[in-house]
Design a protein around this ligand. Structure first.
Ligand code: NDP
Ligand code: 8X3
Length: 260
């Protein structure tokens, strides 16, 4: 792959930037010379990431402590960007979670709401407020973080699967609605990656979370960030519609070779 940097000076919004993929994606865009707008709920994490990126890359970084489920907060963040004349070039819709791991008939309503409200409605809230600024300029790129869980259900994945199937559907729907514009629409759909994802899914049970990655080498957050950078840095006439990335040991959501 050639190394041309087409991203220098671009304005990039990353949701869920306080951990995992989002933080790695922020680091990668900062290394490419982008200005960053980082959104998540945990202020301390965002502040230390901002300080790191300013120190290591002299990056322009703004942060916003925000819950993507809060439509008013998202609208007000977007309005602040608009009034500051900060036009987004790239939006990475990354904020999301799995919560709980139960068969559907034993599922927990609070888990279901958290996933549907964040992964699906949160992504919609952010897109609804940011995308108009791209369509107006006839330029921009939205990258949704989907999952292999959006292609194939696995036991106890149920509602998480459904939200990621929905993200895949929305990526397609958004692409056709943007037909005739030069706004690009992509998804990056990872398989098993070791982040805080499983810790969140298992409600803080560290042992259970670690066992998810027993016996094989999962993706790292940086592997996924590299894929996002590849998609974002493609020439303007190239739109990577979807990029599915899994560990070599994984062939579908539940076929994982754990012989170490
Ligand atoms: P992490 O738990 O490490 O990071 C999730 C990020 O999302 C955090 O920064 C968190 O920040 C943020 N977030 C969660 N809820 C909200 C909310 N309501 N509002 C704003 N931000 C929120 O997980 P990953 O990095 O692994 O996950 C990132 C995305 O990748 C998710 O969409 C996930 O579904 C997807 N994915 C993960 C895979 C994996 O195996 N790890 C594989 C495929 C897809 P904070 O808590 O500070 O708000
Ligand atoms: C995260 C990957 O396989 O745990 O989306 O659902 S998986």
């Amino acid at each position: 792959m050639e190394n041309t940097n087409r991203l220098k000076g671009k304005n990039v919004i990353v949701t869920g930037a306080s951990a995992g993929f989002g933080a790695a994606i922020a680091r990668s865009f900062a290394a490419y010379g982008c200005a960053l707008e980082l959104w998540a709920r945990r202020r301390d994490r965002l502040v230390s990431l901002r300080d790191e990126l300013q120190r290591t890359h002299d990056a322009k970084v703004s942060l916003r402590v925000l819950d993507v489920r809060d439509r008013g907060a998202v609208a007000s963040a977007a309005e602040d960007l608009r009034s500051a004349g900060w036009a987004p070039d790239v939006l990475v819709n990354n904020a999301g979670l799995a919560s709980g791991f139960d068969p559907i008939h034993e599922g927990d309503y609070a888990d279901w709401d958290a996933m549907i409200d964040t992964n699906l409605k949160g992504l919609l809230n952010v897109t609804r407020e940011i995308l108009p600024m791209m369509v107006e300029r006839d330029a921009g790129h939205v990258i949704n973080i989907g999952s292999v869980a959006g292609y194939m259900a696995y036991p106890k994945g149920n509602v998480y699967n459904a939200t990621k199937f929905a993200v895949r559907g929305l990526t397609e729907a958004m692409a056709v609605d943007l037909f005739g514009t030069r706004v690009r629409m992509s998804s990056v759909d990872p398989g098993a990656a070791e982040t805080e994802f499983s810790l969140v899914r298992f409600h803080g049970d560290d042992d259970r979370a670690r066992k998810v990655y027993d016996g094989f080498q999962p993706l790292t957050a940086q592997d996924v960030a590299d894929a996002v950078l590849y998609v974002a840095n493609a020439p303007a006439h190239v739109n990577v519609s979807k990029l599915v990335i899994m560990p070599t040991a994984q062939r579908n959501p539940y076929l994982i070779d754990r012989k170490g």
